[in-house]
Design a protein around this ligand. Structure first.
Ligand code: NAD
Length: 265
């Protein structure tokens, strides 16, 4: 299937590593002009170079901007005032018992996981509507549906993204713009990879693959795939939803979680 992404410009937030990097790389493979984002120039440069090595003709650029503040988002929108596809991927998660999470940490996780998406969607939606084509995708999580007791603050931000996504979609009625959320399950990204490598170091698994299976079987036993996903598997779903081929998918949430949420719909 030709995803018809050639000629489209796509910004993927938090894309120097993990799921975001995989999304950026897959978009580049499909011919989109990709903008990579992270906090630091060197990591942005490395990610851009890695995509160029894989796809030498891909028009990939990068911008360092810390999206946890309004100023950081403004740096990004000033340098890239218009995009066809916005993937609100950036997100932070960390295990912390609810009774020990101070206000500052709630604000920090909310600013990055939710407000970056609010600010960027507000900036890019009007031009998408003018052009009568655009895609906004929020990378939420199965944690929006299965609130993790070890990171309630994170789960709350992932629920908020679902409300935000559907709310923004209301502004696309009758246009070629769509706004959706994709909900991954446990995925071997840079952040989760760190947890899995710790399991290997502690002798709980022989390698990251086995650690991923154990992590899922012990912590997300309802998973139908019984393993952690590869970032590329999640990216494939996101890139389809970002493509012109997904024109009838709007205002909804797509689970790419290996069946970890036991809902039919
Ligand atoms: P990751 O930590 O592996 O990668 C995060 C990326 O964001 C990195 O490129 C990092 O440099 C960048 N980043 C972090 N803070 C930033 C900031 N302030 N400004 C700009 N860039 C910043 O994360 P991941 O696991 O790939 O997660 C990506 C998204 O997927 C998140 O929204 C997360 O909630 C969601 N998700 C992840 C999983 C999983 O199991 N990995 C499951 C469900 C949902």
């Amino acid at each position: 299937m030709d995803l018809q992404l050639s000629g489209k410009t796509a910004l993927v937030t938090g894309s120097t590593a993990g799921i975001g990097f995989a999304i950026a790389k897959t978009l580049a493979a499909e011919g989109a002009a990709v903008v990579v984002n992270g906090r630091k120039d060197d990591r942005v440069g490395e990610a851009v170079a890695e995509i160029r090595r894989a796809y030498p003709n891909a028009p990939v650029t990068g911008i360092a901007a810390d999206l946890s503040s309004a100023e950081g988002v403004e740096t990004l929108t000033n340098s890239h005032p218009d995009v066809d596809i916005l993937i609100n991927n950036v997100g932070f998660f960390e295990m912390h018992p609810f009774t020990e999470i101070p206000d500052e940490e709630w604000h920090k996780v909310f600013d990055l996981n939710v407000m970056s998406g609010v600010r960027l969607s507000r900036a890019y939606l009007p031009k998408m509507k003018e052009r009568n084509w655009g895609r906004i995708i929020f990378i939420s999580s199965e944690s929006a549906l299965n609130i993790p007791e070890e990171m309630v603050h994170y789960g709350v931000t992932k629920v908020a993204q679902l409300g935000l996504s559907r709310g923004v979609a209301e502004y696309t009625k009758g246009t070629g713009v769509t706004v959706n959320s994709v909900l991954p399950g446990p995925t071997k990204s840079e952040a989760v990879g760190g947890w899995l490598e710790d399991m290997v170091k502690q002798g709980k698994a022989k390698d990251v693959e086995e650690a991923g299976r154990k992590f899922v079987q012990e912590n997300r036993p309802a998973s139908l795939i019984q393993r952690a996903a590869d970032v590329a598997e999640v990216a494939d779903v996101v890139v389809f939803v970002a493509s012109p081929r997904a024109s009838v998918i709007n205002g909804t949430s797509i689970r790419a979680d290996g069946g970890v949420v036991k809902h039919i719909l």
